[in-house]
Design a protein around this ligand. Structure first.
Ligand SMILES: [Zn+2]
Ligand SMILES: [Zn+2]
Length: 277
């Protein structure tokens, strides 16, 4: 178990447990024990009950950390890429849960997920659209349109970012997606949203001309985004800026990533890290 006890959440805090902080590179590894230099696929546990993205290794890794996967009541899907949704892991949570798990995903993701009737009976399905806001798991949740694409360019699935709010704390989950979409940015601007934490797609690294520019961030983009977030009141000196969804193959190993992201005012997520807001 990481430092502190995850399930003894203090009042008026949100506790985030990173179960996977990598990109697609570990999709084919079923075991939760990875070499020290590898990151598990994207999964984040909020206050022990809400899982954001359900990666292949997350259930076994949470169990290994001493957590209780059966306490998960809600799963939020950003999009159906294989490093964010693993069918087997999804059903590990569904089978372990004490009640039907509430599953929140973009309406168009259902075409890719292809859940069977029998599978649908086991979950409490909630398809959502970008800019929807709702309450669940003790949180207010807002889905925003991400700059990302799944499958064909005509796919009905529109990847989502999320804003989670609870007990006066608010954080942004922005994986996957490069930059912001116009609607996402305007939503945050017009609603004068300030975050306690921003979890930012940090896939690409120093390759400023990388072809992923439309769907993932590189360092140059992140520096601009942080500047714009600060200048428009969305982050303050107290906001925790977290680099996550780090693709091992895209970052050079010349300098420790903690140092590189530290210079941007960011802290680097790693598998098993806990953050309390
Ligand atoms: Zn991804
Ligand atoms: Zn993706």
């Amino acid at each position: 178990m990481p430092s502190g006890s995850f399930f003894n959440r203090k009042e008026n805090t949100m506790k985030l447990l990173f179960l996977g902080t990598g990109a697609a590179g570990s999709c084919n590894i079923a075991e939760c024990d990875l070499p020290a230099d590898r990151r598990r696929c994207a999964s984040l546990l909020v206050d022990g009950t809400a899982l954001v993205d359900v990666s292949r290794q997350s259930f076994d890794y949470l169990t290994k950390l001493g957590g209780d996967p059966s306490a998960v009541t809600d799963i939020f899907l950003s999009h159906s890429h294989g490093d964010h949704f693993c069918r087997d892991a999804f059903y590990q949570y569904v089978e372990a849960a004490k009640h039907k798990i509430r599953f929140w995903c973009h309406r168009g993701a259902l075409e890719h997920l292809k859940l069977t009737e029998a599978e649908l009976e086991k979950i409490d399905l909630h398809p959502v659209e970008a800019c929807d806001t709702w309450e669940t798991a003790g949180m207010k949740v807002t889905a925003l349109p991400a700059n990302h694409v799944v499958g064909e360019l005509t796919s009905p699935e529109k990847p989502l970012h999320y804003i989670f709010e609870k007990d006066g704390k608010r954080f942004y989950y922005g994986c996957d997606g490069g930059w912001y979409t116009a609607i996402e940015w305007e939503y945050m601007l017009r609603n004068k949203i300030t975050f306690d934490a921003v979890l930012m797609d940090s896939t690409v690294g120093e390759d400023a001309g990388n072809f992923r520019i439309g769907t993932h961030n590189n360092y140059a983009m992140q520096k601009i985004l942080i500047l714009a977030l600060r200048q428009n009141g969305m982050i303050t000196d107290e906001t925790l800026l977290v680099a996550t969804h780090v693709a091992k193959s895209c970052h050079s190993n010349e300098r420790p990533l903690e140092e590189v992201f530290g210079e941007m005012g960011m802290t680097l997520a790693f598998d098993g890290r806990e953050i309390e807001l």
